[in-house]
Design a protein around this ligand. Structure first.
Ligand SMILES: NC(=O)c1ccc[n+]([C@@H]2O[C@H](COP(=O)([O-])OP(=O)(O)OC[C@H]3O[C@@H](n4cnc5c(N)ncnc54)[C@H](OP(=O)(O)O)[C@@H]3O)[C@@H](O)[C@H]2O)c1
Length: 214
């Protein structure tokens, strides 16, 4: 697939690299330095290049939205027409100092995004794990896979997201409609707390087990 990365920081830089290593064609966009995007593309070890958000969006089969909540409007404006685009968003609706969610209970960041981009096909995914664990999960793939919850309202877009989740090395867990992001977004903060304030470091993933099935 052709995958455009909108926001090439901790999450976008790493996930874009892993998508390229899994055989996808990747365009890294939206960082404060073009040189950084070029280095990410060079180091990705697959078919990857640097571009503008509009170039990342053009001909993309999927876009990864990986910017701070405060940058969403800017990056989607730069990306241009996103009608019918599959947008896999790992962005969490955090306040400016990243201490709390600014949307919750009766809505979610993912639902707000879907209302903003009514013609796009939004899936919320990859936001319940810290960036620090991504390379480790990719390198260990084939063994017992950690879970990764995702949700969305568009079946085709969810298939694309599930494939990308598998390609990175996780076991995709379909959590239902986009409205489930009301639960997955606070859950992401729980995982972040365990990762960043626990004693064992941030390389943390999780796995759900159905005991009746084992
Ligand atoms: N980090 C995690 O472990 C994690 C886990 C789950 C969910 N999330 C969510 O995922 C999203 C991305 O997080 P992140 O940690 O990857 O953030 P990040 O490292 O700050 O990356 C954001 C990207 O946006 C770019 N950017 C910011 N302002 C810009 C501007 N004015 N012009 C152009 N580019 C600009 C940054 O550029 P530079 O590269 O130049 O800084 C960076 O490439 C957030 O919504 C976060 O809540 C993060």
């Amino acid at each position: 697939m052709r995958i455009g990365i909108l926001g090439s920081g901790l999450m976008g830089g790493k996930l874009g690299t892993l998508f390229a290593r899994a055989g996808h064609e990747v365009v890294f966009s939206y960082a404060r330095s073009r040189k950084k995007l070029e280095k990410l593309a060079r180091d990705a070890g697959g078919i990857a290049r640097a571009g503008t958000p509009a170039e990342a969006a053009r001909d993309a089969d999927a876009l990864l939205l990986a910017v701070h909540w405060s940058r969403v409007d800017d990056v989607v404006k730069q990306a241009g027409d996103l009608s019918n685009k599959v947008i896999v968003s790992c962005s969490l609706p955090m306040n400016d100092d990243d201490t709390e969610l600014v949307v919750g209970h009766r809505s979610s960041g993912a639902e707000k995004l879907a209302r903003k981009l009514r013609k796009a096909r939004i899936v919320s995914a990859f936001n319940t794990v810290p960036s620090e664990v991504l390379f480790g999960v990719f390198e260990a793939r084939g063994k017992t896979k950690p879970s990764l919850v995702f949700c969305g309202d568009d079946a085709g877009a969810k298939e694309v997201a599930a494939r990308l989740i598998r390609d990175v090395g996780f076991d995709p867990v379909d959590a239902g409609p986009l409205q489930t992001a009301r639960y997955t977004e606070p859950f992401a903060l729980l995982v972040a707390r365990l990762a960043y304030e626990g004693e064992d470091g941030p390389e943390l993933a999780y796995r759900f087990e159905h005991l009746s099935a084992t």
